[in-house]
Design a protein around this ligand. Sequence first.
Ligand code: ADP
Ligand code: MG
Length: 356
Amino acid sequence: MIKIDHLVKHYGANCAVDDISFEIARGEIVGFLGPNGAGKSTTMNILAGYLSSTAGRVMIDDLNVLDEPLEVKRRIGYLPEQPPLYPDMTVEEYLIFVYNLKGCTFNRTKHLEEICDVVKIKDVYKRVIRNLSKGYRQRVGIAQALIGNPPVIIFDEPTVGLDPKQIIEIRNLIRTLGKDHTVILSTHILQEVQAVCDRIIIINKGKVVADELTENINRVIDGNHRYRVKICGPQREVMSMLNARSDISFVESLPDRDGDAYAYLVESAPNVDMRKSLFFALAQKGWAMIGMEPLGMSLEDVFISIVDKTNELGKGKKPGKNRRLRGAALEQDLAQSIIDATAEQQKNIAPYEGEE
Ligand code: ADP
Ligand code: MG
């Protein structure tokens, strides 16, 4: 349905998109994940026909975006990073304006009513957009994308600046739309694509670094269990016992003490649950385990292991054209920029406006 073929985009000397190729089938919900500046918005703008490419080809339903821009735009609903709203219009005026702009032929009242139902903006239909909360404005942006009932919908960072409740609502909405649309969700938030998408394409510095089913990516994350364990026992002996176990892949002693217990960072071997057998082994030695606290993986860990793991998955298989994986330096870069981007996002979370 969507085919991006060796896409390249230069802004002057800056290469924002560096030879990207992927295909998306009808009905897929695909996450386009990457740190700020990775080239996501540029790719989405080219895909939606709002920006020309330096090289490469974008096809939607066998139509070339460059050759048939109008036909292609009819097939795509696009929510850009900055939703194209007119703040002085009411929601109703704006949606009618977009309806006319798109040259829709559906029954207008019925069509707009259905859309407002789906995105839940009926209660603000007569209000001026300027006065709406960011959450509502984002939904009006989504409503605009749905006008004309396009089979493909592209969301670019749809939850940036929303509060946690609004984020959940928008994610649910995207999931609902995914039932009968092909959806591309472009974001720098891993949890967002995990929550919504069947498949995740990771992009960094203009290149695709991984293209995997979400379940494979989740397996990588789920299979990595790290705990802070507190054990009352002689530190050196405990360390060597932990190190010797085959169900533990990594041990580190931590500086914190709790009474006569020492703390350790313990990582279980992939896809092994070592908790019970570790408990009994320690008990047999007479060393009491007085704490075992699961530690979530940091985003850095997640990204490094995803790229590692997808590298492994790719081994022995015929390298599919979408499974392009790069070297360690890139992984490090990606992890760092994801962390930076997430910190940036935390800073930008808007205060709850109390409207929803
Ligand atoms: P993302 O959406 O992943 O954050 P963008 O596609 O917005 O990334 O940007 C990719 C790169 O291209 C960045 O380095 C950005 O600074 C640069 N860039 C984006 N838009 C422009 C523009 N209009 N002119 C020049 N450089 C741009
Ligand atoms: Mg962007």
